[in-house]
Design a protein around this ligand. Structure first.
Ligand code: LMR
Length: 398
């Protein structure tokens, strides 16, 4: 009956996590999946989230269904975090936001919507991008193309190439971009470059699709939303997907959001209706507990401040680890230019290691990177950074 079913070779990121789990070597280091580990190698439970959990549990409310679009307080908090409280688009009721099952759930609901209502639009993603971007849009039967992003020679952004391609796209093409902490390269456009991109999007009538999964891990919670706000203020019709997996350390609770910024309140209401219909057809309504945690933190002034501090501490630790790895790597391999480690931002660094070098790091030293050469910085700590640097240096000498 099912002999014809295609073999699934596994997901390039999630399979490595499984492999890491089965690895019995005591000195193993996970620098593969985008999980934030603290200095003790543990996935933190944020204090602000713990306090919110207590509040939620004490209320002992029934575990009823949420509406298809999710918890109202959560959706409002998503909007304020992304667009800012004084956003004109919010004031004019031009933003349709639903709570989603993580960032991936938001991407899939958006993809289905695009396939139905913009059937002739292809999606353009950066080369490279998060592996699942390609898979998610392809699964919705949308054509996926890439625009140049990473220049392996300079280990920087190929901004000229990116603009050149955007300048050739047909109207209503969807351009997927990451506002901060680009996954997998860790390379972000600066404000001047974003402004140029905004000009091209406007001129060519393109639709930006901003996927923000690391808000707060770059420069700050408000700072990292700069381009979301700049594009909304420029009057662009756009899609925004966001995730709280990392900045709330709530991976398994699947807390995300999907927002469409529309030209009018009337269109936003129509879009919201179809997003709800889409949700009903896939999973009916989103999960309750995580959304209550996020909403409680973001609506309580003290907890919100505490969360800001906790995000800042995660951001600072990432920066410190970037510096330590750079220093140790260049001490072990003086001919290597490790500056990319401190110039890139957020959880990931693109090391330029080949798949064979990544395999050798994993097999010889129990150090796990993604085979594209992406290294997840928060897997580093003061106990392992030196041995990781040494192993990286030895691999480069082979
Ligand atoms: C990653 O890129 O490692 C994370 O976004 C986790 C995932 O689901 O792939």
């Amino acid at each position: 009956m099912f002999e014809h079913v295609d073999h699934y070779p596994g997901d390039p990121i999630l399979s490595l996590l499984e492999k890491f789990g089965h690895d019995t070597r005591p000195n193993k280091v996970n620098l593969s999946i985008g999980l934030y580990y603290d200095e003790n190698g543990k996935i933190p439970v944020l204090k602000s989230v713990q306090a919110a959990a207590k509040i939620v549990q004490e209320k002992a409310e029934p575990h009823t269904y949420l509406p298809m679009e999710g918890l109202a307080a959560y959706r409002e908090a998503v909007q304020h975090l992304l667009f800012g409280r004084d956003s004109a688009a919010l004031r004019d009721n031009r933003v349709a936001t639903i709570q989603s099952v993580g960032g991936s759930g938001a991407l899939r609901v958006a993809a289905d919507f695009i396939k139905t209502y913009l059937p002739d639009s292809a999606v353009w993603i950066s080369d490279p991008s998060w592996d699942n971007h390609h898979a998610l849009f392809t699964a919705a039967r949308i054509q996926v193309h890439t625009y140049p992003y990473y220049d392996a020679v300079t280990n920087n952004i190929n901004f000229g190439g990116m603009l050149e391609t955007l300048n050739t796209l047909p109207a209503k093409s969807i351009v997927l971009m990451q506002p901060c902490c680009h996954n997998p390269t860790g390379l972000d456009l600066n404000h001047a470059q974003w402004k140029e991109v905004i000009g091209v999007l406007q001129q060519r009538n393109l639709i930006p699709f901003l996927d923000i999964a690391y808000q707060g891990f770059g420069d700050g919670i408000e700072e990292d939303a700069w381009v979301v706000r700049a594009m909304a203020d420029a009057g662009l019709t756009m899609v925004v997907t966001n995730s709280f997996s990392k900045n709330f350390s709530l991976y398994g609770e699947r807390c995300g959001g999907l927002s469409f910024v529309c030209p009018s309140a009337k269109e936003a209401a129509l879009v919201l209706g179809q997003l709800k219909a889409g949700v009903r057809r896939i999973y009916s309504s989103p999960p309750l507990f995580g959304s209550k945690l996020v909403a409680t933190v973001l609506h309580d002034a003290d907890l919100r401040q505490q969360w800001d501090r906790e995000v800042a501490a995660m951001r600072d630790r990432i920066k410190t680890m970037r510096e330590k790895l750079r220093n140790s790597l260049t001490a072990h391999a003086p001919s290597v230019d490790g500056s990319y480690l401190v110039n890139q931002r957020g959880m990931f660094s693109y090391t330029g290691f080949t798949a064979a070098e990544v395999d050798s790091l994993r097999e010889d030293s129990a150090i796990y990177l993604i085979r594209s050469g992406r290294l997840c910085i928060p897997g580093l700590n003061n106990q392992n950074v030196e041995s990781v640097a040494q192993a990286m240096a030895e691999t480069l000498k082979k």
